[in-house]
Design a protein around this ligand. Structure first.
Ligand code: AMP
Ligand code: MG
Length: 403
């Protein structure tokens, strides 16, 4: 059985191996948060476009503005002012943050280190050449690549695009992800369940996970545990870039997902991973659609989606797969888990001063959504560690949505 790290590598390799063209669309820069850039963006001019003061103070020649020296203030420059006159030797010019320094200037002295009486400015501290000035072109030159194709756009990337005037961005279309739950006991969330029925919470959580990961969920509802209904609904799902099924992948008599997919020509890359929860997770491809069969227990489907499905969305969007954002924390209480499987236990990560601590949350197993809602991470217990003592360092996978 694959370890979860190996299963992730299989997912990434198989997704990369399928030749696909990423569909693209143009978006206003303000609407492109979280999207993957499908073009290169270059700087339209030098950045900064002029030698820029980073402080409110006085533009000086550093050799003249020594400690104790006094210079006559010959004027002022505000941010946005056109600067045409040079700094005359023996003088200084009052300058504001973001303004262009006049020629002849090689430093700006912060106003906090000066005293002014009339036109006379005296300096309480000396300065050195270059202080508080960012030279023209030192951040980027005209024509430099400011943003690479394949980059996921966060707030800093959007700000750069805006800075260089790229008001429309060619982005990968969000991969479309069909979500299909299975089970005779599952009813739509809008319906009142019978005494032995449950509401389809997996479709809601999986759609949220798809959105968070940068995909477009396509909700196909629920299929009964019968080959006919399952086959017809899977057929619909195969129209999308990816299909995520929940339930029906365990050893039960009515767990039909794998056999139905097989009959439709699916190729499987794995059908079990050495983890708990989530061991029966299935990954394969049917025609040109990647298919996950995730176990139906809600926490299992959440863990396996975060571990294995997110990299597919990255690769289909033309982005490098995001690594798992594992953290290290100090365990607050001793653990004893069955060896052989890597456990992902709902837990709470807490920061106390400079120490990061993690405490497992009491839970009833992989059906216990309430426990997960009290957790903000998964505590990762390695397969070869049966006992972990309080105070030991452990690995933690933050929940992608709340941390
Ligand atoms: P299965 O993987 O089909 O054996 O289902 C395992 C458990 O998950 C069972 O207790 C199911 O009732 C539950 N389950 C299956 N599908 C869903 C769903 N869509 N929403 C919530 N729970 C589900
Ligand atoms: Mg089932």
């Amino acid at each position: 059985m694959l370890r979860y790290e190996e299963a992730r590598l299989v997912v990434i390799a198989q997704t990369r191996a399928l030749k696909h063209t990423t569909k693209v669309e143009k978006l206003a820069v303000a609407d492109a948060l979280g999207r993957v850039l499908a073009q290169e963006i270059r700087a339209d001019r030098e950045y900064p476009p002029f030698d820029r003061s980073t402080r409110d103070g006085y533009a000086v020649r550093s050799a003249e503005a020594t400690q104790g020296a006094t210079l006559r203030c010959a004027g002022e420059i505000k941010a946005g002012d056109r600067v045409s006159v040079p700094l005359v030797p023996g003088t200084c010019i009052q300058i504001m943050t973001g303004a262009a320094v006049p020629s002849g200037t090689n430093a700006v002295v912060m106003i906090e280190f000066t005293r002014r009486e009339g036109d006379a400015v005296s300096f309480e501290r000396g300065t050195r050449a270059g202080q508080n000035i960012v030279p023209r072109g030192s951040e980027a030159h005209a024509g430099d690549v400011a943003l690479q194709s394949g980059l996921r756009l966060g707030f800093a990337e959007l700000a750069i695009a805006a800075q260089v005037g790229a008001v429309e961005l060619l982005c990968a279309k969000k991969p479309r992800v069909a979500i299909l739950s299975t089970g005779d006991e599952v009813v739509p969330v809008t319906e009142k369940p019978g005494p032995f029925h449950i509401r389809n919470s997996n479709s809601i959580s999986l759609a949220a996970q798809v959105r968070l990961a940068g995909g477009e969920p396509v909700l196909l509802g629920n299929a009964q545990d019968r080959t006919g209904d399952l086959g017809a609904k899977i057929e619909q799902g195969l129209k999308e870039d990816m299909l995520v099924l929940s339930g029906g992948v365990s050893m039960g008599k009515y767990d039909l997902v794998e056999s139905v997919l097989q009959a439709m020509g699916a190729e499987f890359f794995f059908d079990a991973v050495a983890i708990r929860p989530g061991k029966p997770a299935v990954f394969g491809r049917c025609r040109d659609t990647f298919v996950f069969g995730l176990p139906g227990n809600p926490v299992s489907s959440m863990v396996t989606f975060q571990l294995f499905a997110v990299p597919v969305l990255d690769v289909l969007s033309g982005a490098p797969p995001r690594p798992l954002p594992l953290l290290e924390a100090t365990l607050t209480e001793a653990l004893n888990e069955k060896p052989g499987l890597t456990h992902f236990l709902p837990a709470r990560l807490e920061w106390q001063g400079s120490s990061v601590r993690v405490a497992p949350v009491c839970w009833q197993g992989s059906g216990d959504i309430a426990a997960l809602s009290r957790a903000n991470c998964f505590l990762v217990v390695p397969a070869d560690r049966q006992d972990i003592a309080a105070g030991e360092k452990v690995s933690v996978l933050p929940r992608a949505d709340v941390l």
